[in-house]
Design a protein around this ligand. Structure first.
Ligand SMILES: NC(=O)c1ccc[n+]([C@@H]2O[C@H](COP(=O)([O-])OP(=O)(O)OC[C@H]3O[C@@H](n4cnc5c(N)ncnc54)[C@H](OP(=O)(O)O)[C@@H]3O)[C@@H](O)[C@H]2O)c1
Length: 290
């Protein structure tokens, strides 16, 4: 019997990338990809019956309430999906000896750091989305010791809505765009994160079941402005990209000013080869172009 790997959020950026990758692992694992019709994280009571019928060996939770600004007003739903349901998932994982891999965010940090955040840097979210994800992390670790939390940042893919696709659209429509230049972080190509997740699953099958909090993004540090400029250059577009301060682009949810994460732990513990952000952006841009 092949180990059963459940992946939630199959139509999201990361879930979709895992679906693309799954064909390379079909001999080793039986994948069950879910969307909200199969497992609704807005209804935590549906989680225990799901586990009872599927009894997975691995549960990769890519589903989340990810509308950062909307979360400031849709608080109850954001908390249910990102915290209450993660807590229930972890409790079910403990019951069925399931290894849980659940995805969290750089937005658990307050952005006041000056050097990459270590995995044990205290969390102090500045927006409600970050708060819900921080509670989800806590509950996941409390309820199931066999949990890997992967904090990631600035995720993009060829699939779904993201900064790269929005920039490409705006740069084609307008002669000039303004982009925030005083928030620092690092982009993550969802395809790279999907590969890292499958390496963590493979490591577990070989006996490496290290648990806890890990950070994964591409490597390097950039700003949204520099990210946009790289997108423009790689696409060969002529639109002017102008830097602006955060105050000039008010949003309902505050964003951390500095959100670069230290990636050393995940690379060392699971033997991952990290990827430089511009190289990964180039790969994604190539696929978008093809
Ligand atoms: N995107 C980023 O920049 C970013 C940054 C840091 C961390 N993260 C984290 O990385 C993970 C993956 O993010 P992503 O970019 O792939 O997100 P995404 O593209 O927004 O996808 C989220 C997925 O969650 C699903 N979902 C939402 N509500 C649900 C519900 N009630 N029941 C079941 N599924 C539900 C969505 O389903 P529908 O397709 O039906 O809406 C979607 O498939 C998330 O944990 C996110 O918090 C993302």
């Amino acid at each position: 019997m092949k180990p059963i790997v459940v992946v939630t959020g199959k139509n999201g950026q990361l879930g979709w990338e895992l679906q693309q990758l799954a064909s390379s692992f079909q001999d080793q694992y039986e994948f069950v990809f879910t969307d909200r019709t199969m497992l609704d994280l807005g209804a935590p009571e549906s989680i225990a019956p799901f586990f009872n019928s599927v009894k997975p060996q691995f549960f990769i939770n890519c589903a989340a309430y990810t509308a950062v600004d909307k979360a400031e007003t849709e608080k109850e739903l954001a908390l249910t999906i990102n915290a209450t349901s993660v807590s229930e998932i972890a409790a079910s994982c403990a019951k069925y000896q399931t290894r849980l891999i659940t995805i969290s965010t750089d937005y658990v940090f307050d952005g006041q750091g000056k050097a990459p955040y270590a995995t044990d840097t205290p969390t102090n979210p500045v927006n409600y989305y970050g708060y819900t994800k921080a509670i989800g992390e806590q509950k996941a670790l409390e309820n199931n010791p066999n949990t890997v939390i992967i904090r990631t940042s600035w995720v993009y893919s060829t699939h779904g809505n993201n900064f790269v696709k929005t920039m490409l659209r705006l740069m084609k429509e307008r002669p000039e765009i303004k982009v925030v230049a005083d928030q620092q972080g690092c982009p993550t190509y969802a395809a790279d994160l999907a590969e890292a997740i499958m390496q963590i699953v493979n490591a577990s099958v070989k006996g490496n079941n290290r648990s806890g909090i890990f950070h994964y993004s591409n490597t390097g540090t950039t700003t949204w402005f520099n990210f946009a400029t790289a997108i423009k250059e790689m696409a060969g577009l002529t639109c002017s990209v102008l830097p602006i301060p955060t105050e000039a682009f008010p949003t309902p949810a505050k964003r951390p000013a500095y959100s670069v994460m230290d990636l050393q732990d995940i690379a060392t513990v699971f033997g991952l080869e990290l990827k430089e952000w511009k190289n990964s952006l180039r790969k994604c841009m190539q696929l978008l172009h093809d």
